[in-house]
Design a protein around this ligand. Sequence first.
Ligand code: ATP
Length: 353
Amino acid sequence: MNQYLQLNGITKFYGDFRALQGVNLSVDKGEFITFLGPSGSGKTTTLMIIAGFEKASTGDLLVEGESLSGLAPYERNIGIVFQNYALFPHKTAVENVYFPLQMRGINRPEGLKRAMRMLELVGLEGFAKRYPKELSGGQQQRVALARALVFEPSLLLLDEPLGALDKNLREQMQIEIKRIQRALGVTTIFVTHDQTEAMSMSDRIVVFEKGEIQQVASPLEIYHKPRTKFVAGFIGESNLIPAKVVNPAGKADNEALGACEFTPGEPVSEGQDVTLLIRPEHIRLSRKPIEGRKNVTMHVETIVNYGDNALVIGRVGNLPMRVRVLGADVVIIKEGEECCISWLPDAVFVIGR
Ligand code: ATP
């Protein structure tokens, strides 16, 4: 792949407060990258530095090998969509989309034609003459997207663009945005604190915490091979179990579980304190131990039913455990009972930090 955007050692201070610390990242051409992290972790600040609305305290930003530092936002050929779509209320949808072209000196007939084509692409061909207040939230957000894309930017930045929409509309827009991004092949950076959104939309996810990047990887790698305890806990549901390494090739010990085999991840050493990750859906629940698996007895405290599946929350000794089971399996146990839970060694992933 072609490297397109590069962030080299970006740091940002607001007075004494360090909002970003040594952010390094390279983004390929046409890639869909998501910045994911809790509130205040530095996602928007990084995006604003890329857009040129904020200046990095140190570090450099390169696009196709050229530094962007001296360029004003409007010189960067970047399309941006924010959560509060900020359409011009006194302009119709098509006039809103035409605006960036007008700013770039494109004549009105040609500009309106291009704006109409873009409205078609976002599925709003019948809504061109409507004013923003005559459009739903999702439709307004599509106009904002069309406006960000109409001048064929080389980079699209989306900052929580779906935050204000309800769940169904949000899911529909996620699919739409992916479709449009693929159709245009535009390099895209999407900011969200919603992990399912990040998992379903991205080629790669960048996980931020406290102004630092914790991991950059594909959604599946982030889910199955988190590099840090923070990433493991932030993405998906997890059982995070403190343990001590007995054998770096794959054995650790936890007080409640006893000896536990694990899948080696990053190298660990004998005697090291580590965290074992077991996803709740990788644990089976049964009346009796199952041969070939690690079996322990769990005291069941709470069962939360979701219809097609259930979450069983309980304890092994004093270790809290969560098990996700298919709806029918949960029938075999009741709250307050003891049951057997089991897993295979390859369901246990070791995290050194
Ligand atoms: P959210 O999901 O809430 O938008 P975020 O990950 O995008 O969070 P940022 O907006 O990048 O977080 O903020 C990172 C940190 O920098 C926060 O602690 C925030 O309070 C601080 N910060 C952001 N802008 C400023 C500013 N103009 N002055 C001082 N501190 C700021």
